[in-house]
Design a protein around this ligand. Sequence first.
Ligand code: GLV
Length: 348
Amino acid sequence: MTEPRPRVWVSQPLFDDLVARLGEHFDVVAASDITQYTPEQVAHHLAQVDGALVSLNEKVGAAEIAGVPRLRAVCNLGVGYNNLDVDALSRAGIVATNTPDVLTETTADLGFALLMAAARRVTEAERWLREGHWGPWSFETMLGMDVHGSTLGILGMGRIGQGIARRGAHGFGMKVVYHNRSRLPQDVERDLGARYVGFDALLQQADHLVLMLPYSPDVHHLIDAQALAKMKPTATLVNIARGGIVDELALADALAHGRLAAAGLDVFEGEPQVRPELLALRNVVLTPHIGSASLTTRRAMVALAVDNLTAALGAGPHAGEPPSALNAEALKAAGFAVGGKKIIADKR
Ligand code: GLV
């Protein structure tokens, strides 16, 4: 008798041709509509399957995996994975994966686009024009802050942070300062043209500050009223990491009262809800979490997540070796040895 094929859940509609690859190995249950799930609905779906491909809207924690007898892999679409409780997944022997690298440059592009749009008041100027305010040309209309030659601050110097640094230093002649959990090797700093500084010095020196650090409860509201007060009133703040890093009410207050010039935000604490205090401001550029949203990159993310899921469930050419596993211990618990070969229990 043949074994039933493993079953997988794809939580959101994705590129059909890429999702179809899963069908070579698994029975696929794929959402046909964009869906906002309740935690109970996520738990219900996870309970029916061996593996899941989820977006960052689906939280998968201890509660969601409490009754999931078959689940062996949860593969996240995104480099950030604060929607997954990796410790809980590891304890349950469930492999977790994310999609690093493929989105680095695209996300850095968006970070720079927000920086430039905020500093040079691009969206504000466009709205003003569309609303018919443009009268006789005025020399002082929409004066912004220069990007070239200014000081670029980066908080979180991983792959995407480094992409921002390269663009700033090499493309715009910016002086780059950064702060990170650990300092980069000197040769990397030299190549990037970036100088390590303390957190307060970063806030004080940056003309434009880009946040690109992973979210964890430790950095919740790291950029609060006190931190904002250390920044130059002419500075720009850009957040392409996670909304919870910034105290949005404190930010809105600083922007409304001229204590900070402008902001560019792609991520929000309560997304998809955006605080009315931010929506009301003219000096903030708002985008709906589109950091990695180019066609090529979004396809590459789905392809990587599909490869991760296939391999984590022991199928395909890389069985047992998902390209970007977050918890090697779960792979080991699943019986995969280094090299991807399944350890077959000796039944003699
Ligand atoms: C998007 O925010 C991601 O983490 O990939």
